[in-house]
Design a protein. Structure first.
Length: 92
């Protein structure tokens, strides 16, 4: 599922254009914060080494490497990491 980085609402567009906006909140969609290659702490906060530097991660950009980040809905309130943590440190 593709979700807006800002409001979390689903984005139903198959192909994301450079000018695409979220229908729910109006924020830009073709942004680093929605990209599968975005990773804070890496060089330029991107795992794609050929991508040019983008200063404003929440604004529309013309990066040709953009791939919309797929997110998966949680079926329960806990993540798998939470479950493992609780099992590791369970009392009893």
């Amino acid at each position: 599922m593709k979700n807006c980085f800002k409001c979390g609402k689903p984005i139903d567009a198959e192909k994301i254009s450079f000018r695409e906006e979220c229908r729910a909140c109006g924020s830009d969609v073709h942004v680093c914060l929605n990209c599968a290659f975005y990773e804070p702490g890496r060089a330029n906060d991107c795992v794609e080494p050929q991508a040019e530097r983008v200063r404003e991660k929440d604004r529309s950009n013309y990066c040709d490497f953009f791939r919309f980040k797929e997110t998966h809905e949680k079926k329960s309130g806990r993540t798998a990491a939470d479950k493992l943590w609780n099992e590791l440190f369970k009392k009893g």
